[in-house]
Design a protein around this ligand. Structure first.
Ligand code: PLP
Ligand code: COI
Length: 346
């Protein structure tokens, strides 16, 4: 048995037992193999290194109260990866292949699946990337689809605690009509440096505005945005944000809890009207935001405007209810009325 301290793990690349892998070449997928070397041997000309032809997914497996193991809405992740693959000109793993590899990854790494009774879960990370050595700017003829996993606790170091965010007005996340709504690796590469600057200033998150006009809220670097006011759950309608499966689920849970759901453009100034604001996503679950500082230049200390919601660390009542509604379904503590839990036979 593993001696992992489930309540102490954060969110990181954790070495488990096995990675599932399939290769695509000349229009055909290979057999799925279980690899325990954790090594890709690739030619230095492989296009993923030079041209960032890669996309990924993130979903979680949970041990439930009655002993079942489930993946949360894996078909949604399969569909999103297919959409991103089409955008990149890569072959699309079918629903069956995607879900089979995720299930096998959970089974093969069962020692790393946190038991029921902890907030931790097993984070499953499918990766699709161009594996052909090539110089031409056309889709590769060789592709790797790999599914790996890591036991995961809180992304920010604590569950249900609020953190600070900054709006970096001198950085954009995604170009208009660009890759923002796709889960391509390159979207994340461009956030590394601004995150580093923000973290050094005490902000955990970056909230990006729509890049065309900087008038509306898009999303956080790691997750979607929602705001709560007047019994409403408000979240951006924008074609440059990632369609979050957590957000889609929360919209249904918010309606179940009697909130009115609004999906629409959110002007920057409306940030002053929300009672609570949160980040939502697989990794961050629901992370309430204590305050948002608008910064014309992220590198400078000057703050143009501050929107405050909670004292640092504290959490509002609606975020708490939504967090409990979502996580209790995932842990099998409340009825899965929407049919979101996909059982993995162990
Ligand atoms: N937005 C971005 C940029 C993300 O990286 C993620 C994480 O996957 C999300 C939103 C949330 O999506 P999901 O809830 O499907 O994990
Ligand atoms: C996820 O939530 O699955 C993500 O991919 C976000 C990432 C920043 C860890």
């Amino acid at each position: 048995m593993s001696d992992i301290q489930w309540d102490k793990i954060g969110f990181d690349a954790y070495r488990t037992d096995v990675v599932l892998m399939a290769r695509w070449k000349d229009g055909q997928w290979s057999e799925i193999v279980e690899d325990d070397t954790f090594a890709f041997t690739l030619d230095p000309f492989t296009c993923v290194f030079h041209y960032a032809v890669s996309c990924f997914e993130g979903l979680k497996a949970f041990s439930q109260k009655d002993g079942k193991v489930i993946l949360f809405r894996p078909e949604e992740n399969a569909h999103r990866m297919q959409r991103t693959a089409r955008y990149l000109g890569l072959p699309e793993p079918s629903d069956e292949m995607f879900i089979e590899m995720c299930e096998r990854c959970v089974r093969a790494n069962r020692e790393f699946l946190p038991p029921y009774g902890h907030d931790a879960s097993l984070y499953v990370r499918p990766l699709l990337m161009g594996a052909q050595p090539k110089m031409q700017l056309t889709p590769p003829n060789e592709v790797i689809f790999a599914v790996m996993c890591a036991p995961a606790g809180s992304y920010y170091g604590a569950f249900l605690k609020s953190f600070a965010a900054a709006i970096p007005q001198n950085y954009d996340r995604a170009a208009p009509k660009g890759s923002g709504s796709y889960k391509v690796g390159a979207n994340y590469a461009s956030t590394f440096r601004p995150y580093q600057i923000a973290h050094n200033q005490g902000y955990q998150e970056l909230l990006y505005l729509n890049s065309k006009t900087h008038e509306f809220i898009d999303e956080f670097g790691s997750s979607n945005f929602f705001g709560i006011k007047d019994n409403k759950y408000v979240t951006p309608l924008s074609d440059s944000v990632l369609p979050s499966i957590t957000n889609k689920s929360l919209q249904e849970l918010a309606a179940d809890l009697g909130l009115v759901v609004e999906k629409r453009a959110i002007p920057l100034e409306e940030l002053s009207e929300f009672d609570e604001v949160g980040a939502c996503g697989t990794a961050v679950v629901i992370t309430p935001i204590s305050h948002i500082d608008v910064k014309e230049v992220l590198e400078d200390n000057a703050v143009t405007k501050q929107f405050r919601y909670m004292p640092d660390g504290e959490v509002g009542p609606v975020c708490t209810r939504l967090y409990k509604a979502l996580t209790s379904i995932q842990k099998g503590e409340s009825e899965d009325i929407h049919g979101w839990c996909h059982e993995v036979k162990m």
